[in-house]
Design a protein around this ligand. Structure first.
Ligand SMILES: Cc1cc2nc3c(=O)[nH]c(=O)nc-3n(C[C@H](O)[C@H](O)[C@H](O)COP(=O)(O)OP(=O)(O)OC[C@H]3O[C@@H](n4cnc5c(N)ncnc54)[C@H](O)[C@@H]3O)c2cc1C
Length: 332
């Protein structure tokens, strides 16, 4: 069995720690804050798990597999955190082909762009992110082969070891840097950083029951780049759009101010003015500056780096963990 140090206890670090612990590796999971850390990208009421990628069977199969992993994690951790409410994506009416369609009038409180219909991803749904992170932290803290170290800030990493701000160092067969959008502070990798605003809404009382059974939705807004996650199981309704996503140099600073108004002006909900704004949050993610896609860097067998990715970075965490565990097995 191998030893592994995981830097960062967001979803990537937690799922990787769990998968490594399950197969018997000795795991140390570090975070500079509490575990789970409310300041992590992953800490949130909910995140979407989309399965269907029209026209992309490979990615559809990958996310079907990720979904299976999430269901297994529910069994392992003894906690329910996946709400299979489905996700409906607005699609040009004349391009839907054989896809399963939901007519917009079936979802009257969601505004579909002109001449679009909803394409139903029935296996998709909402991952209750905070609920998962809490359950994962509890499970990991009970495992004899896992050491969980909150309030433990890492200053530097290299293959097979990490250096902590208290001046000590930890060695391991494998180091995984899952430090989210802060990963590039530890490893010199090219990363493009974005900041995005999310707004949390409470539906009017007369619509609460309708929303409890509503799906997530995407492809909304004036330029079809907005999405929503429905309320339910104690969560609020969340909206955002790529329209309020901007390039930034660092995770520091940034006031959501005007971005909230821009988001609320988007045609996402019917009667938007009846919804109460309860909270606003800014969140960061990173992409490969070349491809604009997700990142998983492998610096030889002893060092992996996964900066927080946008889009489906939460849902994809089990795929990242599996890649790392399989590579460790192959090396062993
Ligand atoms: C607006 C927005 C919406 C999104 N929506 C979705 C969605 O619907 N579905 C989906 O699948 N994905 C979504 N994502 C992407 C997803 O949320 C992220 O990819 C994912 O949460 C990243 O998790 P992570 O564990 O890699 O990083 P994080 O959750 O950021 O965790 C990193 C951890 O590392 C710790 N850390 C940092 N530096 C150090 C250090 N030096 N020493 C020790 N610890 C350190 C931090 O404290 C933090 O706890 C969204 C992203 C954004 C920005």
């Amino acid at each position: 069995m191998s030893s592994i140090v995981v830097v960062g206890a967001g979803v990537t670090g937690m799922v990787t720690a769990i998968e490594c612990a399950r197969v018997g590796h000795r795991v140390t999971l570090l975070d500079r804050g509490p575990i789970p850390n409310p300041a992590s990208t992953s800490a949130d009421q909910h995140r979407a798990l989309r399965v269907l990628r029209p026209g992309d069977p490979v990615m559809t199969a990958q996310f079907a597999s990720a979904r299976t992993c999430w269901l297994e994690l529910e069994s392992l951790l003894g906690e329910r955190f996946f709400r299979q409410v489905g996700i409906v994506t607005a699609w040009p009416r004349n391009e839907v082909g054989a896809l399963t369609v939901v007519e917009p009038e079936k979802l009257p409180h969601i505004r579909f762009p002109h001449d679009t219909v909803g394409v139903l991803d029935a296996d998709a749904g909402v991952l209750l992110a905070d609920r998962f992170l809490d359950a994962a932290a509890r499970w990991l803290s009970r495992r004899p082969n896992v050491t969980v170290r909150p309030e433990c800030s890492v200053k530097f990493v290299a293959e097979h070891w990490v250096s902590l701000v208290d001046g000590t160092a930890l060695g391991a067969d494998v180091v995984v840097v899952a430090a989210g959008p802060w990963s590039r502070e530890l490893v010199d990798i090219p990363v493009k950083l974005y900041r995005q605003t999310m707004v949390y809404l409470r539906p009017p009382a007369d619509l609460a029951a309708w929303w409890e059974h509503a799906p997530g939705a995407g492809g909304l807004g004036a330029d079809c780049r907005a999405w929503l996650l429905p309320p339910g199981d104690g969560t609020l309704l969340k909206i955002s759009s790529d329209l309020v996503c901007r390039d930034v140099d660092s995770t520091a600073g940034g006031e959501p101010g005007p971005w909230v108004d821009r988001l609320l002006a988007e045609p996402i909900l019917s009667e938007m003015d009846r919804y109460q704004v309860v909270a606003v949050r800014e969140c960061h993610y990173a992409t490969d500056p070349g491809t604009g896609g997700p990142l998983l860097h492998h610096f030889g067998p002893g060092l992996w780096v996964r900066p927080a990715c946008g889009g489906s970075g939460f849902a994809a965490a089990p795929l990242v963990a599996r890649t790392i565990v399989e590579a460790m097995e192959a090396t062993a």
